[in-house]
Design a protein around this ligand. Sequence first.
Ligand code: ADP
Ligand code: MG
Length: 225
Amino acid sequence: YYDHIQKSERLKMTGQLAAAVAHEIRNPIAVVKGFLQLYREDPNIPESAKEHFQLMLLEMDQAESVIQDFLSLSKPHDEHASLVDLSEILKSVTDLLQSYGSINNIQFKVDQAEESFIYGSKVELKQLLVNIMKNSIEAMKKGGEIRISSRTEGDYAVVEIADEGVGMDQEEIKELGTPFYSLKSSGTGLGLMICYNILEKYGGSLQFKSEKGAGTTAILTFKKA
Ligand code: ADP
Ligand code: MG
């Protein structure tokens, strides 16, 4: 019992430390970005230098997203676990991503499933599904449809998210969840690692079926409450 307390205290401290470090890095980045933006608009600065400012700004943005993702990874887990209706979570996540989808010419099609309750934190479950759906959107440069369905299989609730994106081969699928693995120019490669971490806590799983050039289906399972 004593050991357990010490361990959770330590975890909490690590989380707080990570949050503090992230904060300390974020502020200087914001200051540097501010100046870079000023110089980029400055008429006295030659065009050739402005290109460099633009590049520096992009790199700063990249650093910011890594810190953002890292922060959500290091957050001590949310204590507010409760009975959660998965279909409600799916609805709110698709609502949240509606505009990100539509600027990319993507429609969501939700096969409205029956209620299915699991025990967990709404915040974490949303984070999990947002990460997966964002990947689907980002994989579909030409637009298309993302189908979301959920069903019950014995003691498990199963959610499928199917996109019509670039797809992955077997080698790529093997790398998923490895920290910093990303094939995107502005990806962090932390999204799926966060997903696997969350699912581990729920006794759930995440699998991918994919075909290069055709699309990807993410299959999530959760232990039912
Ligand atoms: P990021 O999105 O920052 O690159 P992720 O951990 O979310 O990091 O994803 C890692 C990599 O897995 C992506 O860069 C991409 O190459 C691949 N990937 C994930 N989901 C999909 C998908 N639905 N379709 C195609 N590739 C995907
Ligand atoms: Mg991602």
